[in-house]
Write a protein that binds this ligand. Structure first.
Ligand code: AKG
Ligand code: FE2
Length: 360
């Protein structure tokens, strides 16, 4: 059986949780963003309530109304929240509790799962490619979950007890929900229901658990730099009561607050943007931090295999919608993005035809 391929190296950087523990008031200059990057002038919290909520059960049953909502969400926001998804509340809570317990472990124990210098699985940070780059105020645990043979159990925490089984059960639910969403996405792209799942043959699913410690001056730092997700779709679970996720919409930053417990935040990745020839948007997003509260989130990424070729569907190209992207091999595309710092949508350049303007 084939093991997971290697993705990309990232430079070692300090553990942020530990740094804050030792010196809670200090914000080293390596983390301080310039004002332009923080862009608080374009902060539009009042738009937050317009980000669509979609009933997953109705959607899966083919409700035209929900399919239309999904289409609007993918075109106008690139993000939506799903409710009524059938993932047990108790399982979601067990996942959140286990994540909390893991990050509470002493640093020495967490570091037994530290990323190696050549790849992104394990505990640490990704996307750090130069000594000069401004660093994110957060730590992460990245694991490959599917296909099964991509799992490297060396990086799967043994504490808290049962974490492995919780991750497996939780991820299997994210896979179910994700694949079902792709059926609905196929329909709104004018394709046969199983087309997108078929195109991927077998998905890769990766889990990224994010931990953002509190920051004494949250207006100066970012928990996660602005980026768009490179894969097909992402399913994100946020903390129940701590905000931090912000998304781009018409040049503004709009927060997605956890107002409905257990809602899953879904976003369209670059693969869907390319396949749909730009009709459905892979939207830039970032995480901000809080002064007194730590925040966690966990993201399940559904990605194509390395050898899958991605290019716009013919039927989505016409005189009004000229071809925006050229064909890319997903493995090359992903590695290209992992070799850079996260910087909005700049990594999508390799796939874009000519110098098209990146919408913000
Ligand atoms: O913490 C968040 O809300 C965002 C996480 C995210 O964008 C990611 O892991 O790709
Ligand atoms: Fe993301």
């Amino acid at each position: 059986m084939e093991e997971a391929p290697t993705y990309a190296p990232s430079l070692p950087v300090p553990n942020v949780q530990e740094m804050v523990k030792m010196n809670p008031l200090e914000v080293p200059t390596k983390y301080v963003r310039n004002e332009e990057e923080m862009e608080k002038v374009n902060y539009m919290p009042q738009l937050s309530s317009e980000i669509p909520f979609i009933d997953f059960t109705l959607l899966s049953n083919g409700s035209i109304e929900e399919l239309l909502k999904l289409e609007v969400a993918c075109k106008d926001w690139g993000f939506f929240q799903i409710v009524n998804h059938g993932v047990q509340k108790e399982l979601i809570q067990r996942m959140k509790d286990a994540v909390d317990e893991f990050f509470k472990l002493p640093i020495e124990e967490k570091e037994t799962y530290a990323m190696l210098s050549n790849d992104i699985q394990g505990y640490g940070q990704a996307y750090v490619v130069s000594e000069e780059q401004t660093l994110d105020w957060g730590d992460a645990l990245i694991l490959f979950i599917y296909p099964d043979q991509y799992r490297n159990l060396r990086f799967w925490p043994k504490t808290p007890h049962g974490f492995k089984e919780i991750i497996e059960a939780y991820s299997s639910e994210m896979k179910r929900v994700g694949e079902e969403l792709l059926s609905s996405l196929s329909i709104i792209m004018g394709l046969e229901k199983h087309a997108l799942v078929g195109l991927h043959k077998e998905f890769i699913q990766a889990l990224r658990v994010n931990y953002y410690p509190p920051c004494n001056t949250p207006e100066q730092v970012l928990g996660m730099s602005s980026h768009s997700d490179t894969g097909t779709i992402t399913l994100l679970m946020q903390d129940d009561d701590v905000s931090g996720l912000e998304i781009r919409n018409k040049g503004n930053w709009v927060p997605i607050n956890p107002i409905l417990l257990d809602a899953i935040v879904v976003n369209i990745g670059d693969v869907i943007e390319i396949l749909s020839n730009g009709k459905f948007k892979s939207v830039e997003h970032r995480a901000v931090t809080n002064k007194n509260k730590r925040r966690t989130s966990n993201a399940s990424f559904l990605l194509p295999q390395d050898d899958v070729e991605v290019e716009p569907f013919h039927h989505m190209i016409d005189a009004q919608h000229p071809k925006m992207y050229q064909k890319v091999k997903f493995g090359d595309y992903l590695r290209h993005s992992l070799k850079r710092k996260m910087e909005g949508k700049t990594h999508t350049d390799v796939a874009r035809i000519k110098e098209q303007v990146i919408e913000k």
